[in-house]
Design a binder for this molecule. Structure first.
Ligand code: 1GP
Length: 259
C-alpha cells in the first residue's frame, strides 16, 4: 500500500492521526534513537517523519533512517530541508513547496533538483504545500519565509485555498519547531471551512494532551510533534491520546451532521 493511501485510510478511520518527527541532528547516539523509536511504537503514533531545518549530512540521514526502519513497522517519511535530505531508505518524502517563501529556490527550485533524484531512488513523493505562520523559528529563517501573523487568518486561508486549487494533497501549517505558541485552533477550523479535499497537517509548539486534542478537534487531520520527543518523550503517549480523542470527536460530529 502506498504511504498516501495509508495516511488517508488512517485519517478516515481515526478522524485525526499523529506523526512523530525525529531530527537526526538532535540524536546523540544509537541507543537514544532506539529508545525514542520504542516510545513512538508504544505511543500509537501513526508514522515517523525524519528531518531537520539545518541538516546537511546525507550520511547522517541515511544512517538514522536505516536504524528507524529496522526497529519499527511504521512508515518513514522524509521531512526535507534541501536535496541532501533525500534517502533511498525511507518509504516516502514530503514533496513540499514553501508557498510563503521570498526565495524561489524553496518554492520550486529545490523541487526541480530533487524530482529526478526521487524518481531514481524510487521513494514515494507526497505533495505538500508548506505555509509558515507566527514565529517561524529556524525553519522560517532557513526557508526565507515571510511568516504570516497569527491575527491575519484570511492570508492563511488564501494560501491554503491556493494550495487546494493547485492540486496539493496536503497542506502543512507550521508554527516552527519549538514555537512558544502553536497554530491557533480557530485558524485550523477556518482553513477546514474553506478547503474540502486537501488534508491539513499542523505542527510546531504542540506540547500536551490538551494542545493536541484542541487542534485535532478543530480539524487538523495530522498533528506533528518533534521537540517533545527529545525533551519529554513520555508525554508523547498523552499527545497521541489527545489526537485520537479529538479525532473521535470529529468522527461523531460528522455522523451527527450526516443524520
Ligand atoms: C516542526 O512542526 C514540527 O517542523 C514540530 O514542531 O518540534 O515544536 O513539535 P515541534
Amino acid at each position: 500500500m502506498s504511504v498516501k493511501r495509508y495516511l488517508l485510510d488512517k485519517i478516515k478511520k481515526y478522524g485525526s492521526i499523529h506523526l512523530s518527527l525525529i531530527d537526526p541532528e538532535e540524536i546523540k547516539n544509537n541507543e537514544m534513537l532506539k529508545d525514542l523509536i520504542n516510545i513512538v511504537n508504544r505511543s500509537g503514533s501513526h508514522g515517523i517523519m525524519v528531518g531537520g531545518s539545518t541538516l546537511y549530512d546525507k550520511e547522517m540521514m541515511d544512517d538514522t533512517i536505516k536504524i528507524i526502519k529496522s526497529h519499527t513497522s511504521l512508515p518513514v517519511i522524509i521531512f526535507p530541508n534541501d536535496i541532501t535530505s533525500i534517502s533511498q531508505y525511507a518509504d516516502a518524502i514530503w514533496f513540499m513547496s514553501l508557498l510563503n517563501s521570498l526565495n524561489p529556490y524553496y518554492i520550486s527550485g529545490a523541487q526541480m533538483r530533487a524530482a529526478p533524484v526521487i524518481y531514481k531512488v524510487g521513494i514515494e513523493p507526497l505533495s505538500l504545500a508548506y505555509v509558515i505562520v507566527g514565529e517561524g523559528k529556524t525553519v522560517g529563517y532557513m526557508g526565507y519565509a515571510h511568516p504570516i501573523p497569527y491575527d491575519e487568518p484570511m492570508i492563511v486561508v488564501g494560501y491554503c485555498l491556493a494550495a487546494e486549487y493547485m492540486g496539493f494533497d496536503f497542506i502543512y501549517l507550521e508554527a516552527g519547531s519549538g514555537a512558544s505558541r502553536f497554530v491557533r485552533e480557530d485558524l485550523v477550523s477556518l482553513v477546514k471551512k474553506y478547503t474540502s479535499r486537501t488534508k491539513l497537517v499542523v505542527g510546531g509548539g504542540i506540547r500536551s494532551y490538551e494542545d493536541a486534542f484542541r487542534l485535532s478537534k478543530a480539524g487538523a487531520d495530522i498533528i506533528v510533534t518533534g521537540t517533545i520527543l527529545e525533551e519529554n518523550p513520555e508525554v508523547l503517549v498523552d499527545i497521541v491520546r489527545g489526537v485520537k480523542d479529538g479525532g473521535k470527536y470529529r468522527l461523531s460530529d460528522v455522523q451527527r451532521t450526516d443524520r
